[in-house]
Design a binder for this molecule. Structure first.
Ligand SMILES: Nc1ncnc2c1ncn2[C@@H]1O[C@H](COP(=O)(O)OP(=O)(O)OP(=O)(O)O)[C@@H](O)[C@H]1O
Length: 254
């Protein structure tokens, strides 16, 4: 792979819903190793674009490439095996398993071994070292034996990140990682994403512009389904069209 080739690329990505064009001919290039944020006023098409890239939605037109390979026709589980993993889906956590067990299950899923293989306690124990490492890396070591359901909200996000990292992704796809969080959890989760981004490419949709400013190398601003501007936070926030789009109403801070 040449240095110039983006790790993720979308070309002419379009999605209509019954004639309404939510994402219109979007070109996007996510650089290897970067933190790339999608922002824009409400209804700009961020979630739709994110769902297209993560394969939760099929495009009406256009193509998506991962490391130069056309992945337009692949399913979410197929792209996750290639290294593009979507995180922050609460449903991916088993509420009545402990934090430790949740991460272990994710590691087992990754290894693809059959259930009977895992019935042996010694085999399960072989994973415990890696589980501890992952819990440590997301600041959950002290919560290892707490049931997931009993974790405070922000810590649940950390657990989701640990189960995502257990899949050994190259790219983390984060859907509004700060949604519903208070200030303390936001600061902690931002630190976590910053740490993880040293060894992973991150593509995220995020409404919290402070977090976006803080974490992102590249920001793509969408408006009415199209790319309005792209660049560093300093660049896009100085753009008169971007300022107008955010002033024009429709945006609510989260
Ligand atoms: N399944 C759907 N059916 C019909 N219209 C849809 C559907 N999903 C999205 N849309 C429309 O597409 C447009 C873009 O929606 P989208 O959710 O992608 O925007 P967004 O930028 O993520 O907004 P928000 O900031 O409010 O989450 C909106 O006008 C929305 O009503």
């Amino acid at each position: 792979m040449s240095e110039e080739q983006p790790i993720i690329e979308a070309r002419g990505l379009t999605r209509s819903f019954h004639g309404f064009v939510a994402v219109n001919k979007v070109d996007l290039r996510v650089r290897l190793g970067s933190v790339h944020a999608l922002i824009g006023p409400n209804g700009a098409g961020k979630s739709t674009l994110f769902n297209l890239i993560t394969k939760f939605l099929a495009p009406t037109e256009g193509r998506i490439f991962y490391k130069g390979e056309d992945i337009t026709a692949l399913r979410p589980d197929e792209i996750s095996r290639k290294g593009m993993v979507r995180s922050f889906q609460i449903s991916s956590v088993f509420p009545h398993l402990s934090v430790h067990e949740n991460v272990r299950v994710a590691l087992q899923a990754r290894s693809g071994a059959t259930y009977s293989f895992w019935k042996s306690d010694s085999r399960l124990d072989a994973f415990n070292g890696r589980v501890d490492e992952l819990l440590d890396s997301v600041g959950l070591a002290a919560f290892a034996h707490v049931s997931a359901v009993e974790l405070p909200y922000g810590r649940k996000r950390a657990l989701e990140l640990a189960t995502t990292l257990a899949l050994d992704p190259e790219v983390l796809l984060l859907d509004e990682p700060m949604a519903g969080m208070g200030r303390e959890d936001i600061a902690r989760t931002a630190d976590l994403i910053r740490t993880v981004s040293r060894s992973h490419t991150v593509l995220m949709v995020e409404h919290n512009l402070g977090v976006v400013a803080d974490l992102s190398d590249t920001i793509t601003v969408l408006r009415r389904g199209e790319v309005l501007a792209e660049g560093s936070y300093a660049e896009v926030s100085a753009n008169a069209e971007v300022q107008k789009a955010y002033m024009g109403g429709g945006h609510h801070a989260h």
